[in-house]
Design a protein around this ligand. Structure first.
Ligand code: NAD
Ligand code: TDX
Length: 348
């Protein structure tokens, strides 16, 4: 039985991971520590809040006293660190909180693990969740990012994630802390905050609002279903080599404009209207420093850990669109701040 600390477990990937972990490791205890920023939402975990193996703690990864208390009281032996500011556009508008949470927060967690884990650290694991964006931008003919690709982050977000990856690596080399790092491509699936491309486009299309395309729409991302990411993290925790990094990706590159058109086609079928949804596509000013292309070579995950995505993109995107159609209450509350008002009343 493990005592697993999942930070950022009320966010998009974190909430999917909490659910995944409780279903697949029913003997473990899960502690979800989340600061409940605009991106954190306990509604995403409503179905598991009464699970006796689950506990939520409202806390900040930068708060040393809080983190040390959690390590001590909960006898944490496994950390999966999702907590982060995650949106590139927000990092361009206001980088400071990205530096605090992504760098200082990771540092605080690593320090707590160093302090509380026994010298031999038997059975302990610290898995740091990161992104392909640390590797920078690819040209159209460049090979996909491997674990050997040098870091070249271009946004305040990716720079802060790269810094946290370096800290995780350093704690393995310097202190022998049992650290593993994963660098994953763009995730999609249920419970993603509607500031990110796919949910934003689904919801705007349903509401007849413009579908904003940055620049020429030809920037490329590699998309992976969130459940495949969760499974990837699980196998890295289980079988990964300490101190190493693992690239997790879908081998599924799409230009943004093509994703948006695909979503429009699905919605035209599911919710037919007077005009095709693609009429709402609106080209707008490009994102500053917009990375042109990301692509992940997940060969190491396949060769060494026998992991590969199970979702086809066709199935994953259709299920995701249906999920947003069926869960309007979730996204309406997340968007208009009603959830946070409720939370403040309920838990103040
Ligand atoms: P998200 O923004 O949906 O969720 C982040 C969660 O962290 C939220 O619940 C938020 O409340 C919490 N949080 C923020 N600051 C905190 C703090 N100081 N203390 C405690 N909790 C805090 O993000 P996501 O998309 O789920 O991403 C999760 C992790 O995965 C991040 O580390 C991100 O860099 C990484 N990642 C994301 C993607 C992607 O496509 N979304 C891809 C690769 C890697
Ligand atoms: O309105 C939009 N219009 C648009 O053209 C938005 C929100 C995005 N885009 C473009 C920018 C990107 O090229 O779509 C692409 C995807 O954008 P995001 O959903 O913001 O994701 P991205 O910037 O690629 O970063 C995501 O994947 C890697 C996550 O937000 C990160 O947390 C993760 O590390």
């Amino acid at each position: 039985m493990r005592n697993v600390l999942i930070t950022g477990g009320a966010g998009f990937i974190g909430s999917n991971f909490v659910r995944y972990w409780l279903a697949n490791h029913p003997g473990d205890r899960v502690v979800n520590l989340d600061a409940l920023t605009y991106a954190g939402n306990l509604e995403s975990l409503k179905d598991i809040e009464s699970n006796p193996n689950y506990r939520f703690i409202h806390g900040n990864v930068c708060d040393v006293d809080c983190i040390e208390k959690v390590f001590e009281d909960e006898k944490i032996d496994t950390v999966v660190n999702f907590a982060a500011e995650s949106h590139v556009d927000r990092s361009i508008l206001g980088p400071e909180v990205f530096i605090k949470t992504n760098i200082h927060g990771t540092f605080t967690l690593l320090e707590a693990a160093r302090k509380f884990w026994d010298k031999d650290k038997t059975g302990c694991r610290f898995l740091h969740v990161s992104t392909d964006e640390v590797y920078g931008s690819l040209g159209p003919e460049d090979p996909a990012f491997t674990e050997q690709t040098p870091f070249a982050p271009n946004s305040p977000y990716s720079a802060s994630k790269a810094a946290s990856d370096h800290l995780a690596r350093a704690y393995y080399h310097t202190y022998d802390l049992p650290v593993l790092t994963t660098n994953c491509s763009n995730n999609y699936g249920p419970y993603q905050f509607p500031e990110k491309l796919i949910p934003l486009v689904i919801i705007n299309a349903l509401e007849g609002k413009p579908l904003p395309i940055y620049g020429d729409g030809m920037n490329i991302r590699d998309w992976l279903h969130v459940e495949d990411h969760c499974r990837g993290i699980d196998v890295v925790l289980d079988k990964g080599c300490l101190g190493e990094t693992y690239n997790i990706g879908g081998c599924n590159e799409w230009a943004n404009i093509d994703i948006v058109k695909l979503v429009c086609e699905h919605l035209d079928e599911l919710r037919p209207g007077n005009a095709p949804k693609s009429n709402l596509i609106t080209y707008i000013k490009d994102r500053l420093g917009h990375d042109r292309r990301y692509a992940i070579d997940a060969g190491k995950m396949k060769r060494e850990l026998d992991w590969e995505p199970l979702y086809t993109f066709e199935k994953g995107i259709e299920e995701t669109i249906l999920w947003y159609l069926d869960n309007k209450e979730w996204w309406a509350r997340v968007r208009d701040g009603a959830y946070r008002d409720y939370y403040n009343r309920q838990y103040r």
